[in-house]
Design a protein around this ligand. Structure first.
Ligand code: SF4
Ligand code: SF4
Length: 135
């Protein structure tokens, strides 16, 4: 058994690598990969269609500030990324095109609790998507 493993290891020396040094070397994802969502608050009308269409009940409509410099609040989606299956239905069904795919598959930092996976409207609306800010 040990000998077989050594022979196998020697054979593999000349084969192309199948592992990469993540996160320094990111995988090349398919063009249509969806990833985390991005919210355009200026387009969102708080209708809740995204929440009603979510098969995993991952979206809640919550009140949040219209922009970072305004105290005015409106209804926006908040996504529980811990329950999201990245199907993209919320994006497809939004009548305002307020949600889009970022193609980002990482949340950037280790999140230890379920609460940390709640992506508030402000987090979803960030210019640089969560997970890409360290790039
Ligand atoms: S993101 Fe779209 S579907 Fe969801 S509440 Fe806003 S406008 Fe409605
Ligand atoms: S991508 Fe799918 S599972 Fe995730 S929030 Fe949107 S509708 Fe729900």
């Amino acid at each position: 058994m040990v000998l077989q493993n050594i022979i196998q290891a020697i054979k593999n020396i000349w084969k192309p690598r199948v592992t990469r040094m993540y996160p320094e070397v990111r995988p090349k994802l398919p063009e249509r990969f969806r990833g985390l969502q991005k919210l355009d608050k200026s387009k969102c009308i708080g209708c809740g269609i995204c929440a009603n269409n979510c098969p995993n009940n991952a979206i809640k409509i919550v009140r949040a500030r219209v922009s970072l410099i305004s105290e005015k609040t409106r209804w926006f989606p908040e996504i529980d990324i811990g329950h999201c299956l990245f199907c993209g239905l919320c994006i497809d069904q939004c009548p305002q095109n307020a949600l889009s795919s970022t193609g980002v598959f990482t949340t950037g930092v280790i999140r230890w609790t379920h609460e940390e996976l709640l992506f508030t409207p402000d987090m979803l609306a960030r210019e640089v998507p969560i997970g890409e800010e360290d790039e």
